[in-house]
Design a protein around this ligand. Structure first.
Ligand code: FMN
Length: 731
């Protein structure tokens, strides 16, 4: 909940200010070069740090007939407004040691003047200045909300700078550069706000006024300026400006402006006549200007330029992340507390979401306030009177991963209104536990107080559009509304389907009816091991997904033949050199890590397929350990030769095999329990654990990993899941 508050705030602030942020950042990058261009000019005295004010004024007075003012700028260049011995007027830089004239005063170039005006006010005068001030503040809030998001992502401030695994370019660099540029961005935004507040008069501007007792000013003892004690103690780097006496009248004096205070001194005796300390606001205004512009420090100016460049990158990467998230999101017009019909979905590969979303859209079109969410997000629905559950079943009648917590939550959350419920199960008759999880949900709702059945459970085999249409018809009749489902919207998106050639296929083995098939794309088609291949067994909307192991440009699949299985029967009937249509689905959360201390791969049955490809392509010979569980030794025969070669070539370091029906009759999870050391070391040293196979195996392995994380690493498993150090692809 809190993470979405911060995420929405971060996004809302970015959306509301992004045009101004872009303009301010682009101009900021250009302006960062102004102090750099100025500072490389040769006007700073080499022994500037050793000089004091008395020496400098003595040196200058010896060279110039009359000096009106001396200023020292942020670059520590000494600028004088003076008249030379030849009566020439001078306004330029001098060497404080010798008084030599070095060059004329740097005037702001027309280009930088133009960019500065745009940066400050967008050429819109006061309104523009206000916009820029507000933008600066919004950018500060974006940085703060970003910090909160990183803290939550890293599970605590302690892990703020802990390594992040590079899974998605935009997301990875958004966080990494965000953490690095945090300080300069906070500085540049706060100083920007401060400077705006000064411009608009919200902060008082200080004008020093001196109380001088003219009666007590004396002309003697006359001393040379180089002997003025009051000036000898002032290092030159403390000086901002010196105003010289206008005449030789004793009532005219030197005004010395330093960083923290200013004072006036008698031009004959050097005695301090009056002193005024600057208030803190004056110090902050000066600091803000320097820190905001980079004046006086090439290093800081470069940091500011990089920070502004990063802000532009954050805008691009931030919007990219958001678009990606939105694509895979269930869309709602009403929230959980205002909707009257709640649709909850359990889906692993998205087809059930498609059916549920189309139905949800049609309800909205008919004026029904519908809300759609994942089963795991079950909560209190204060205005709802109806609940519709659409759920698939996986593994051995298990819930899909986005529904695994529903039954527990159902017990814990009491609804205010009585809800009428309907369950629609999506499954396949090819599996012995047809729609088992949907039946469990239906039963659990029937046994929970506050739920009344509206329609008995309906099951949809292989995504049958006709069965779904029939259910929609019954639901509409019961609710006395007219809902029409556009059938084509239920079909899987086959747009990206390409031709693949069958290069190789084995016969199903005796022990567990599993075979291997290698498919080669006919044209250009990029994919990596861990991606999914969707095939269309009936040449219609129904697709079946398989994990890919990539070897020699080919997609290698390991398939268990189910007697009534649409996908496996279709693949089994294929002949070598036959062509089929298939679509690659990028599965970036299950790719082989680019960087990791070591990788532990855990699989059972056909779940080994993507790992074979990953190991085959492990050219850098990253340390890898494979745990695999099959039924019998015969099951291993399918992969044995391949694995031996990988071991021989050093692409696989270690293999742990177990059989559930032979010998010690062990499951892969037992092997993991016996190798806690390796698991601990892997997680502790930024290694990655990958799990592929049945959901039942995944659940048990995850329980063991959770125990190890708690006991040996004192860290919740979620940290490693969020870090992408634990990656799963189970079914
Ligand atoms: C590996 C695997 C296991 C499955 N196990 C079952 C099962 O036990 N019972 C069942 O009815 N359907 C099973 N199915 C079929 C899916 O539930 C069905 O294809 C569903 O429409 C998928 O929905 P989804 O795309 O929303 O995840 C299984 C499918 C796969 C790929």
């Amino acid at each position: 909940m809190t993470i979405s508050i911060w995420r929405y705030s971060h996004l809302a602030l970015a959306v509301s200010s992004f045009v101004f942020v872009v303009l301010a950042s682009v101009t900021g990058i250009i302006l960062a070069f102004e102090p750099i261009v100025d500072q490389v000019k040769p006007y700073r005295a080499t022994d500037f740090d050793q000089l004091n004010l008395a020496q400098t004024l003595g040196n200058l007075q010896a060279r110039y007939d009359e000096i009106i003012e001396l200023k020292i700028d942020a670059n520590e260049f000494v600028l004088i407004d003076a008249i030379s011995e030849d009566g020439e007027s001078i306004n330029g830089y001098v060497d404080p040691n010798t008084g030599d004239y070095l060059g004329p005063k740097i005037e702001k170039s027309r280009f930088f003047q133009f960019i500065t005006n745009f940066h400050r006010s967008l050429f819109l005068k006061s309104i523009g200045r206000a916009f820029i001030g507000i933008t600066s503040f919004l950018l500060f809030l974006i940085a703060v909300s970003g910090v909160m998001l990183v803290i939550r992502r890293q599970r605590g401030i302690k892990h703020f700078f802990k390594k992040i695994i590079n899974e998605d370019f935009a997301q990875y660099w958004h966080v990494v550069l965000g953490r690095l540029s945090l300080l300069p961005i906070i500085v540049v935004t706060l100083t920007g706000v401060y400077l705006s507040l000064i411009t608009f008069g919200f902060l008082p501007q200080f004008n020093a006024s001196h109380n001088i007792d003219y009666e007590s000013i004396e002309e003697s003892p006359k001393m040379a300026i180089t002997s003025f004690k009051s000036l000898k103690e002032i290092p030159l780097k403390e000086v901002r400006a010196v105003e010289f006496p206008f005449s030789t009248d004793v009532e005219d004096f030197y005004t010395i402006r330093l960083k923290k205070h200013e004072f006036v001194i008698n031009q004959f005796t050097g005695k301090v006549i009056s002193k005024v300390n600057y208030p803190i606001e004056d110090f902050l205004a000066d600091l803000s200007l320097r820190w905001h512009t980079g004046q006086g420090s090439i290093f800081w100016a470069l940091i500011l330029a990089i920070a502004c460049f990063n802000i532009l990158f954050f805008i691009w990467s931030g919007f990219r992340i958001t678009l990606k998230r939105r694509k895979s999101k269930l869309r709602n017009h009403f929230n959980a507390h205002t909707a009257e019909v709640i649709i909850l979905v359990g889906s692993e590969n998205g087809s059930t979401i498609r059916y549920a979303s189309v139905f949800h859209e049609q309800l909205l079109k008919s004026g029904i306030k519908s809300y759609i969410d994942q089963l795991n997000n079950y909560k209190n629905y204060s205005k709802a009177h109806q609940l519709i559950v659409f759920t698939a079943t996986y593994g051995l009648g298990d819930p899909p991963s986005n529904a695994s917590g529903f039954l527990t939550k159902l017990n814990g959350e009491k609804q205010l209104n009585t809800l009428r419920y309907t369950v629609v199960g999506f499954g396949s008759l090819a599996y012995p536990d047809f729609c088992k999880f949907a039946y469990e949900v239906d039963k659990a709702l029937g046994n929970t107080d506050g739920f009344n059945q509206l329609l008995p459970i309906t099951t949809i085999n292989d995504g049958s559009v006709e069965s779904f249409d029939q259910w929609v018809f019954e639901w509409s009749n019961r609710n006395k509304v007219s809902i029409d489902i556009p059938k084509e919207k239920l079909w899987a998106n086959t747009n990206g389907a390409k031709s693949f050639l069958v290069k190789q296929k084995t016969k199903p083995n005796d022990s567990d009816n599993t075979f291997l098939i290698a498919l080669e794309p006919k044209g250009k088609q990029s994919f990596v091991s861990g991606d999914l291949l969707a095939i269309y067994p009936e040449n219609d909307y129904r697709e079946r997904l398989y994990s890919i192991g990539k070897m020699n440009r080919q997609a290698h699949l390991s398939v268990k033949l189910h007697e009534l299985g649409l996908g496996s029967s279709y693949l089994n009937k294929l002949q070598e050199n036959q062509s089929i249509k298939a679509r690659v689905i990028t599965n970036s959360t299950f790719h082989f890590p680019k960087k990791a201390s070591k990788v532990v791969m855990i699989a059972n049955g056909t779940g080994i397929a993507p790992f074979l490809g990953m190991l085959h392509e492990n050219k850098r010979k990253l340390e890898t350990h494979l745990f695999w569980g099959g039924r019998t030794k015969d099951s291993y025969g399918l992969y044995g030769e391949n694995l031996e070669q990988l071991l021989e070539h050093g692409k696989l370091n270690n293999i742990n095999i177990c059989y559930s029906q032979e010998g010690a009759k062990e499951y892969v999870q037992h092997k993991i329990s016996k190798n806690q050391d390796l698991i601990t070391k892997t997680l502790d040293t930024q290694g990655v654990i990958m799990i592929c196979g049945s959901l039942a195996m995944q659940n048990e392995v995850m329980d063991i990993l959770e125990g190890i994380c708690k006991k040996f690493l004192n860290t919740p498993i979620e940290t490693y899941l969020n870090n992408k150090q634990i990656r799963t692809d189970c079914y």
